[in-house]
Design a protein around this ligand. Structure first.
Ligand code: F3S
Length: 733
């Protein structure tokens, strides 16, 4: 890190932010890399990859097709997203193991085969496990989950990515990231009373809104940072995802050292101390945007409903509830999740619950507790907080995502019935928790969740209002208290980790050939070296074509690990310019109108390659790699558009497709859906356009130029059939 930094420093000759230090010290080529915030694309070498079970399936299947014996970068897989909350921890876990058996068997065997650490169902939520075991100051990690930035609480630049990026890093390709801008948040003062670390990010979300962090790293600093526990910093970093930030990072400090020590990593803490001068921003480092928050004045906040940036301080929340006619009764309070399930969170929550019980009252609303990891669960079981929360009325759910990701068999209200719930989670979009669009979901600290759960009323403010004890006498709740770290150390609990075996060559990856959820990927065919002639246009898409239009989510998520099955959703949301309809195109061979996937399959069956014509910013939305895999799988050759969303364009290249743009965007209008096209692929060269000959059904052929952004290395991807084929080839050589 220091060596790379020295090179970059001598080139830039200016003070650096901490985030810049971490990123630039992981550059693939620090001597020659262009570095301009918000402009250049950095090629980076992350230290680590983490995948959760829903996104890991396709990532590993793709990695397998590269034919490498093991991952090139340390990687872990975490089983947390597929466990539905129904009655309580153990039973829910057993049911999930049964329902998801083939997925778990596949992941566990593939991890063993390819030298990947496997955290079994029940181990906990990916971001907690990373914080407890793998995060360290100055490191760079990518994770296939949007809340990966959680590890910023331990000074790590941890960035959420799509599966395709994870595959690159597993396979030893450098990873590309647009050089972020920097938002500095200076914290002064000190928190007290009911104010918790969560309130800092709830406040920041209110200031910056859900889009305000886009393309930026949020970097906290200032004297106030030292009053926040390491896990509290993780909560803040975690929820940076809610403002669209690339990641959030805190500078190394004693609180991190204490946490490293408590989690049996004192040596890493000592090592970090010896490099401490590089683990914070340089004096005079410049930020593109700057915010200052005085923690001594910060009020507890409740954000929502339906969006995490609608921030209301507790003193104004009652009025907001009345004014907006939000359902006043609190139906369910939910604490825990990857955001807020630390020992400190649970201890503070238990102190409030105990206070209430000392007055003879318990939770009025339903109340659930999601420990973030088995280690947390076992430790709070040993130290008594779990028992307190149970006596208070809490249902202890599995150490998993559960209601946070809609894995919640909620029974207390009917679909469509307006109601309010309050959680210590991070996201509260419509329907996220219980698939009920009428549920008003609010996010806040675990402290306020517990307090309002006692009142069963959204209008309750524990700072000013009183409750009635068992005899009808009024009392005020005491502000929460609790240890940041367990005095007797953490209890690891049940052993839920599967380390990869020493000898892995004999391990067989378990994928049933009859499975409808998993399918082994075959390497895509290499280019035949010829111009591609007489290709039909599968669809001329009109207007917005996002990755959701190309590969829908919802029920299709079940097939994430089965390329052939999920391909039945290919482009079914795109509008056909020929008829203005979605998922109805004409087969140019038979004349029959059919769905897009069926038509593509017909072409493929008859050995006919096809192209898609698209409009502006084709593929905007997410980095979903299925949107690029599906057209390749169903026999597509090129996607020709007015312009591309950059990530999708790269994803198409990686899968061996040709993303091309009309050099003259008006040529899009001249193309008819029933034209045939020739693509003179032999002309492909970096920086030079290729010719497309268009053969209208009745009329004279005409030519147009198509631009592309392939560089030398990327052209090899096309020639070899995919980026992974290219990796596999270089591995064999
Ligand atoms: Fe899981 Fe929710 Fe966190 S889905 S990873 S607990 S944001």
């Amino acid at each position: 890190m220091s060596e790379n930094l020295a090179i970059v420093r001598s080139r830039l000759n200016r003070p650096l932010t901490y985030g810049e230090k971490v990123l630039y010290s992981h550059l693939d080529d620090p001597h020659n890399q262009d570095i301009e915030r918000g402009v250049s694309y950095l090629k980076l070498r992350p230290d680590r990859v983490a995948c959760q079970d829903a996104t890991a399936q396709m990532a590993i299947l793709q990695f397998m097709s590269a034919g490498m014996p093991s991952v090139a970068t340390p990687t872990t897989v975490h089983c947390d997203h597929l466990i539905e909350a129904q009655i309580g921890g153990d039973k829910d876990l057993e049911r999930a193991k049964d329902i998801n058996k083939e997925v778990y068997d596949f992941l566990s065997s593939a991890c063993a085969k390819y030298n990947i650490g496997f955290w079994r169902p029940g181990s906990g939520i990916i971001h907690q496990i990373i914080l407890e075991n793998y995060a360290f100051p100055g490191a760079l990690m990518i994770g296939t989950d949007s809340h990966t930035p959680n590890a910023g609480g331990l000074g790590m630049a941890a960035i959420g990515v799509g599966g395709a990026d994870a595959v690159d890093v597993m396979a030893n390709l450098p990873w590309e990231l647009k050089a972020p801008k920097y938002i500095g948040v200076k914290l002064t003062g000190e928190m007290s009373g009911w104010t918790a670390p969560k309130d800092i990010i709830l406040k920041v979300a209110g200031i910056l809104t859900v889009k305000g962090g886009t393309g930026s790293i949020v970097e906290y600093h200032g004297p106030g940072v030292n009053s926040i526990s390491c896990t509290g910093m993780a909560t803040i970093a975690n929820m940076g995802a809610e403002i669209g930030a690339t990641t959030t990072i805190f500078p190394f400090n004693d609180r991190m050292y204490d946490y490293l020590k408590a989690t049996k990593r004192q040596r890493i803490g000592d090592f970090a101390r010896s490099y401490a001068h590089e683990l914070h921003e340089d004096e005079g480092a410049e930020y593109d945007q700057f915010i200052e928050i005085n923690l001594s004045e910060l009020e507890p906040h409740i954000n929502g409903p339906f969006t995490p940036d609608l921030a209301t301080p507790i003193s104004k929340f009652k009025d907001a509830v009345i004014e907006n006619k939000w359902p006043e009764e609190l139906k369910v309070g939910l604490i825990g999740s990857c955001t807020n399930s630390s020992y400190e969170d649970m201890s503070r929550a238990a102190s409030i619950a105990q206070d209430a019980m000392d007055h003879g009252v318990k939770a009025k609303a339903l109340f659930t507790v999601t420990p973030g990891s088995e280690q947390i669960r076992a430790t709070i079981e040993r130290d008594g907080q779990l028992k307190t929360l149970e006596e208070f009325g809490g249902v202890i759910l599995a150490n998993a995502c559960g209601p946070c990701i809609g894995q919640w068999d909620r029974q207390d209200v009917k679909k469509g019935e307006p109601n309010s719930i309050l959680s210590s989670y991070n996201r509260n979009f419509t329907g996220r928790n219980d698939a009920n669009p009428a549920t008003h979901s609010f996010v806040t600290s675990p402290d306020l969740v517990v307090a309002l759960t006692i009142a069963g009323d959204l209008k309750f403010n524990p700072l000013t209002d009183t409750l009635k004890d068992k005899d009808g006498k009024e009392f005020k709740l005491k502000p929460p208290s609790g240890d940041g770290l367990p005095k007797n150390g953490y209890d690891a609990g049940r052993d839920t980790y599967q380390a990869p075996p020493e000898v892995r060559s004999e391990v067989e990856v378990k994928v049933s050939p009859t499975s409808d959820r998993l399918q082994v990927l075959q390497p895509f065919e290499a280019w035949d070296g010829k111009d591609q002639k007489d290709l039909p246009i599968l669809i001329k898409a009109k207007g917005k074509t996002t990755t959701d239009h190309i590969s829908m989510a919802g029920p299709w998520l079940k097939y994430r690990g089965h390329l052939d099955n999920i391909s039945n959703n290919m482009l079914i949301g795109a509008t056909n310019a020929a008829n203005g309809e979605a998922n109805k195109v004409q087969n140019q061979v038979t004349g029959k109108w059919d769905s897009v996937p069926n038509t593509a399959r017909e072409y493929k069956k008859n050995g006919i390659k096809w192209v898609v014509v698209g409009d502006w910013n084709y593929g905007e939305g997410s980095s979903r790699e299925h949107a690029a895999l599906e057209p390749r799988h169903l026999g597509g050759l090129a996607i020709i558009t007015r312009s591309f969303a950059r990530i999708h364009e790269t994803n198409l290249k990686k899968q061996g497709m040709l993303p091309l743009t009309f050099s003259n965007p008006e040529d899009y209008d001249k193309i008819n859906p029933d034209d045939r096209v020739d693509i003179l692929a032999t002309q492909l060269e970096p920086g030079k356009p290729v010719t497309m000959v268009v053969h209208p059904k009745d009329g004279k052929p005409w030519e147009c130029q198509l631009s592309h952004t392939f560089n030398e290395g990327q052209l090899e991807w096309f020639k070899n059939g995919s980026a992974l084929n290219t990796m596999a080839k270089s591995h064999k050589n």
